[in-house]
Unconditional design. Structure first.
Length: 511
């Protein structure tokens, strides 16, 4: 985004930024500005600004030169170069001036000579260092632009459009990637809604992003957020169109942009957080660590709500059936936004929805009345509360997922993991608890034929190190060594951190 004083727009027939991409003259001017920076490495900022001012006089539009320079300034590194620390040089020089009483050039020279004597340097070093830390005296030490002249024009157009959006009161966007757009709006703390429109364009879904409730209290934060939102739109969608209501010093205009006007040059966009809030990020991390039979999806596909749509925060997908539960987290929102969310939850299409509600909102009963499952929380969403709800769904799904599961199974392999067998039949692991295996014996999480146990039993004996016995069992595919040794009539006598020894079970243990 550029400073407001560098905004170049035309107001005839609408509100239109004066874009430069594709303009050969602008590209050549961009190349000259880049050249000025490259040619002034090692020189002071004052020298650089003098050269840019001269270029402004030659150009048709001085604001364009200043706009290019403002973008390139971010790629430049300046530093203070002086024989002495400037603050120290000034302090000693001013103390010397008070002693001498500077009223003429001769007295100034005398003061600098006295300061030089105190500092043990030449008077010229003191003179050079006095104001070396002022901006105009700092030296351009490095300039490495990430943009070619053509890319600089592209970046300028993006920045110009972002600056124009700073005065937007409402932004309406249709994009081929509405999900990324909504994610960005939520991360930026913007109020938004999604409407379904029957019209030509990249999609029939229009994301409407508004400013604060009272537009006369529009803040810089919203203007900056609108600008960042445009970058996300331009960087993620192949096709998009944006219409914005602009308040230009009390006069209303409409700004219209498309993917043909603005794009992002070939650089990686700034990384943005993956979650809208710490509450959501914390919940997702703790839930995924449990390794349940549910896959957690962040911001699933939109749901129809009358003529609009909503995108829930999460969806839980059951691994063993075509079944999905949507999950919405209602944190601290404005009363108007809570009312809108309640309306959405009342009219959302026929889906299973669980809503975690900050107890301070006091709307849990209203949501429950809309036939949605409600979980209240304070501070953080308790994973146990969510898991308890999902377990209820699992109980209802049990008959469906186990309907085709036989009462008796005879796996072809001599040794097979129970997890692998459950995955083969598409059922939870505990669904195999009621299945019999006449040809196998179940040892913990493994099914093994008795003949395999007999073979390994010949290679395992009392007194051998546990590590050696474990290796014998692993070669046979028995990964649960403790369960296998127990089945063979052995136990492990542990010897601190140094390992253990295989021992025969005592009689009462075998019984």
């Amino acid at each position: 985004m550029l400073r407001k004083d560098l905004l170049r727009v035309t107001r005839r027939g609408g509100y239109r930024p004066q874009f430069v991409a594709g303009d050969g003259d602008a590209r050549r001017l961009a190349a000259r500005v880049v050249g000025v920076y490259q040619g002034h490495v090692g020189k002071t900022r004052a020298n650089l600004e003098e050269a840019l001012t001269e270029l402004e006089r030659e150009a048709d539009d001085f604001k364009l030169v200043r706009g290019f320079a403002a973008l390139l300034e971010r790629e430049a590194a300046f530093e203070t170069r002086a024989s002495l620390p400037p603050r120290r040089a000034r302090r000693v020089a001013f103390e010397a001036a008070e002693t001498v009483g500077v009223a003429s050039d001769e007295e100034r020279t005398a003061a600098l000579d006295r300061a030089a004597d105190r500092l043990g340097v030449a008077a010229a070093d003191v003179t050079e260092s006095l104001y070396a830390d002022r901006d105009v005296n700092q030296v351009l030490t490095e300039f490495d632009s990430r943009w070619s002249p053509e890319e600089l024009c592209t970046q300028y157009d993006l920045s110009l459009a972002q600056t124009a959006l700073f005065d937007a009161t409402e932004v309406r966007v249709r994009s081929t990637d509405p999900k990324a757009l909504v994610s960005a709006a939520k991360r930026l703390g913007l109020l938004y809604e999604i409407r379904v429109r029957e019209a030509d364009g990249p999609t029939d879904r229009e994301v409407v992003v508004t400013g604060p409730d009272a537009l006369f209290r529009r803040t810089r934060r919203y203007g900056t957020a609108f600008a960042r939102l445009l970058r996300t739109v331009a960087a993620t969608a192949d096709e998009w169109e944006l219409t914005a209501d602009i308040d230009d010093r009390g006069r209303a205009y409409e700004l219209h942009l498309t993917h043909e006007d603005v794009s992002v040059p070939g650089v990686e966009p700034l990384a943005e957080p993956a979650f809208d809030s710490g509450v959501e990020a914390d919940f997702a991390a703790r839930f995924r660590a449990l390794d349940l039979d549910w896959d957690l999806t962040r911001e699933p596909e939109p749901l129809r709500v009358g003529t609009s749509v909503m995108i829930p925060d999460f969806a839980f997908e059951y691994r063993h059936a075509d079944f999905r539960v949507f999950f919405e987290v209602m944190g601290f929102w404005t009363p108007e936004y809570v009312e809108k969310k309640l309306w959405q939850l009342a009219d959302v299409e026929d889906v299973e929805m669980v809503v975690a509600v900050d107890e301070s909102l006091g709307v849990g009963e209203e949501i429950a009345a809309r036939d949605h499952r409600v979980i209240t929380y304070s501070g953080t969403v308790r994973v146990k509360d969510v898991v308890d709800v999902l377990r209820e769904y699992e109980a209802d799904l049990a008959a469906e997922v186990t309907a085709d599961l036989p009462d008796e199974l005879a796996p072809a392999s001599d040794v097979v993991a129970v997890d692998d067998l459950a995955a083969e039949y598409g059922v939870p692991v505990d669904a195999l608890d009621d299945v019999s295996f006449p040809e196998h014996r179940r040892l913990g999480g493994t099914l093994v034929r008795p003949a395999v146990l007999d073979r390994v039993g010949d290679d395992v004996e009392a007194g051998m190190a546990f590590a050696d016995a474990e290796a014998v069992l692993a070669d046979a595919g028995l990964t649960d060594a403790s369960a296998a040794l127990s089945a063979l009539g052995y136990r492990v006598a542990w010897e601190g951190l140094g390992g253990g020894t295989v021992r025969e079970k005592e009689k009462r243990e075998r019984e």
